[in-house]
Every structure is written in structure tokens, then in C-alpha cells.
Design a protein around this ligand. Structure first.
Ligand code: ADP
Length: 403
């Protein structure tokens, strides 16, 4: 990532997970718009590491097996730096934007990361153990490898920061609430992108009462009024609400007490159960992956899919009540964008709301998947969290951004 005068300004976006580092490099085009120069991921960290990257137009730029010693985020970043140095030129990196799942009460918006900020974000790791440690490892690695280049944290919680007091409330005594016990909501970078994209496709609907269904390995719904979040199915942590790949979603808290008191499970085992062994995986006993479950005839796999659809349908009803009606529904993320079957089942179960599915449009992936006469329209809109991160990073660093 060499720098010299006269090169095009660029922003790198990093989204680090437990076994992958997703990236996207944006380049400033005609002094106004940020265009994707390359995007991809270093995947299989710790098992069979591989680097895959595509150009802005989608053509394959690299697909390489990496040495097994490439096992951590720092190694992944080095592999990425090697790719950028070899394949790209004419870019001058001005900042790096990171996805960070939890901003807590202190970080309401994008923030330049200093060692002090990093320490404060580390303190939130117990609230998002699947994501936060990896997100912060990426920031630490980038600080070490790119001294002098600002690292910007963009939070999944920020989009929900203005939830009404009742939606934010955790009904526990005040001395506990004062310590930050409140509902935050997550997937905010995705919801922010969809809110903007929907305003482009259907401005009148976007100005009204909309539910966005972000259905991926993590899953949640967001109720929006006028493009702003008014409630979400995720809460203090990313365990609440819908059934997810390995997380149960809403659970009677008495069950957690029973795990401790009745079964004598240690805290680490309960954490492992709730974050890594429940949800679709726990119900089916075979997989956390929706595609695999849909392809299986096993009764337990079918039950997992039934429960997933049941919870999505139930929570759509609940959030419609919060909104006082529904003007539009949007599906996004891995399952929402790719599974016509799940969309069809959710729309049929929610037909009472005025959703009349267009089966052909749904089979083709939309974008609009309801019939012209449907009182409530539904869309499929692919999410793009990286673009939102690039936009925030550019703004915070005082670089131009029009889109
Ligand atoms: P994350 O980014 O949180 O890892 P994704 O948004 O990529 O998750 O979603 C992953 C989920 O999407 C997996 O359960 C996967 O099976 C599911 N998925 C992807 N494609 C399809 C498909 N064609 N049909 C059903 N599910 C799919």
C-alpha cells in the first residue's frame, strides 16, 4: 500500500469475523463518489486459508490458497496488503473503516480509534463475544501495520441510538440500568444501507412504516418510521429476538437461571451454548446453515426451518403493532436475499397484513416480490454494509462523499 502524491484517494473497509476477514477497497471517483476497486475476503483462518478478491465489476482478481500459518487477523491483513501491493496501483490509502458490532452507551456514531477508545471497546466484548473481539483484533492489527493511517470504528448499534425510551428499556432496577443495561439493537449498518436504498426505489414507502428483515446467520428485524429505527428484535446483546444460525433468539430468562442453578453449568459453558450451539444448529442437530437445512429431509431439520419462519412471522406481527400498521417489508442478507422459499413462507404466513406475493417475481429474486395490487409491497434488496462504512469513514475524515 505505497503512497505518493497524485494518486487517487482510497478507503479500505474491514469486517473481521472468527474465521474470515472481509474487505472492500473504495477509490474516489471524479472527486464525488466512492467506487469499489476490489472486494473479497481472506477465509478459512485456522483451517484452510484462502484469499478471494474481485474487481469492482465482479471479475475475479485473485483466488489463492494461503499457507496454513495464515491463521490470525494480522496474517490475513498481511496477505491482503500483499494482494493490494501486487494488483493495485494509483491508490493512496487515506483511512480504514471497520465494522464494530457494539458501541455501548459511549459510542453513538463513527469514531477514530485511539488506544483509549480501543480499551473502552474491549470492555464491551462480553456483550458480543462472537464478533467484538475479532472486530477489535482487526483494528489493532491495522494500527500496527499502518501507522499514521486513521482507523475508524463504525457501529452496528448506532442506527438504533434514538429508539424511543420504552423500546430501549430493560425492565430492571435503575441501579442496573445506570450501568448500561438497555436495549441497543444491531445490524444497524445493514439497516442504514437498506433505508437509503429503499428511499431510492420507493420513496413514499420509505417515508412510512417499514419492517426490514435482515436474515443471515445472525438475524433480526428492524421497525422503521420515516427511515429511522423505532424498534428491533435484538436487544442488549445479539442473542435476542429471532432464531439464528447458532443463537436461540428470545428465551425465557428462567431457562438461563435453570442452566446455572438446576444443571450447574459454568458460565463459559452457558455462553458457548447460547452463542454457538443453539438456534438452527441446536434444533436440527446437524447444521446452522439454512441452505443445508432446506436441502434435508430430516424431521429435525424441517422443525428448525419451521421454527425460524414461525419466529420471523411472529415478530413481524409484533413490530407491525409497534408501528401501528405496515407500509412495506424488505428482505435482505444471506437468507433474505437468496431463499425464495423462506420469503414465500414468511409472506404467506403474514398475508393477513396485506402481503400478496407474486410467486414468479419472488422466484426470480425481485426486487419487488408482491403483486401490483398487493396492499403492502415487499422487496428483496441486497445489503451493503461495507459501503455504509466507507461513507461514514469518508465523512468523518473530511473527504468528499456525495452518494
Ligand atoms: P453472515 O454474513 O452473518 O455470515 P449471511 O448474510 O451470509 O451471514 O447469511 C448466511 C446464511 O444465508 C446461511 O444460513 C446460508 O445458508 C444462507 N443462504 C445463503 N444462500 C442461500 C440460499 N440460496 N438459500 C437458503 N439460504 C441461503
Amino acid at each position: 500500500m505505497a503512497r505518493s502524491a497524485g494518486e487517487a484517494p482510497a478507503i479500505l473497509v474491514l469486517n473481521a469475523g472468527s474465521s474470515s476477514l472481509k474487505f472492500a477497497l473504495y477509490r474516489l471517483h471524479d472527486a464525488r463518489r466512492w467506487h469499489v476497486r476490489t472486494r473479497g475476503q481472506v477465509e478459512g483462518l485456522g483451517t484452510a486459508p484462502r484469499l478471494i478478491a474481485r474487481d469492482g465489476d465482479g471479475s475475479l482478481l485473485a483466488d489463492e490458497r494461503l499457507e496454513p500459518r495464515v491463521s490470525g487477523i494480522l496474517d490475513a491483513l498481511d496477505a491482503l496488503a500483499g494482494l493490494l501491493a501486487a494488483k493495485l496501483d494509483g491508490e493512496r490509502l487515506l483511512g480504514v473503516g471497520h465494522r464494530v458490532v457494539h458501541g455501548g452507551t459511549r459510542f453513538a456514531g463513527p469514531t477514530v480509534v485511539t488506544p483509549e477508545v480501543l480499551a473502552q471497546l474491549r470492555a464491551l466484548e462480553p456483550l458480543a463475544p462472537l464478533h467484538q473481539p475479532h472486530n477489535l483484533d482487526a483494528i489493532e492489527a491495522a494500527l500496527a501495520r499502518m501507522p499514521g493511517i486513521p482507523q475508524v470504528a463504525c457501529f452496528d448499534t448506532s442506527f438504533h441510538r434514538d429508539l424511543p425510551p420504552v423500546a430501549k428499556l430493560v425492565p430492571l432496577p435503575e441501579e442496573l440500568r445506570r450501568q448500561g443495561l438497555q436495549r441497543y439493537g444491531f445490524h444497524g449498518l445493514s439497516y442504514e444501507y437498506i433505508a437509503g436504498a429503499l428511499a431510492g426505489v420507493a420513496p413514499q414507502i420509505a417515508a412510512g412504516r417499514v419492517i426490514i428483515a435482515h436474515l443471515g446467520s445472525g438475524a433480526s428485524l428492524c421497525a422503521m418510521r420515516g427511515g429511522r429505527s423505532v424498534d428491533s428484535t435484538l436487544g442488549f446483546t445479539a442473542l435476542d429476538g429471532l432464531c439464528m444460525g447458532t443463537r436461540p433468539g428470545s428465551l425465557d430468562p428462567g431457562i438461563v437461571l435453570y442452566l446455572f442453578q438446576g444443571l450447574g453449568m459454568p458460565a463459559a459453558a452457558v455462553e458457548d451454548l447460547l452463542y454457538r450451539r443453539s438456534g438452527l444448529l441446536g434444533i436440527s442437530g446437524v447444521s446452522s446453515d439454512m441452505r443445508e437445512l432446506l436441502g434435508s429431509d430430516a424431521p429435525a431439520a424441517r422443525l428448525a426451518v419451521d421454527y425460524f419462519v414461525y419466529r420471523v412471522t411472529r415478530e413481524i406481527g409484533a413490530l407491525t403493532a409497534v408501528l401501528g400498521g405496515l407500509d412495506g417489508l424488505v428482505f435482505t442478507a444471506g437468507i433474505g436475499e437468496n431463499s425464495a422459499v423462506i420469503r414465500e413462507r414468511v409472506c404467506h404466513a403474514s398475508a393477513w397484513l396485506g402481503l400478496a406475493l407474486d410467486r414468479e417475481a419472488n422466484a426470480q429474486g425481485g426486487p419487488r416480490i408482491t403483486r401490483a395490487e398487493s396492499p403492502v409491497p415487499a422487496w428483496v434488496i441486497p445489503t451493503d454494509e461495507e459501503r455504509v462504512i466507507a461513507r461514514h469513514t469518508a465523512r468523518l475524515l473530511g473527504l468528499t462523499e456525495a452518494a
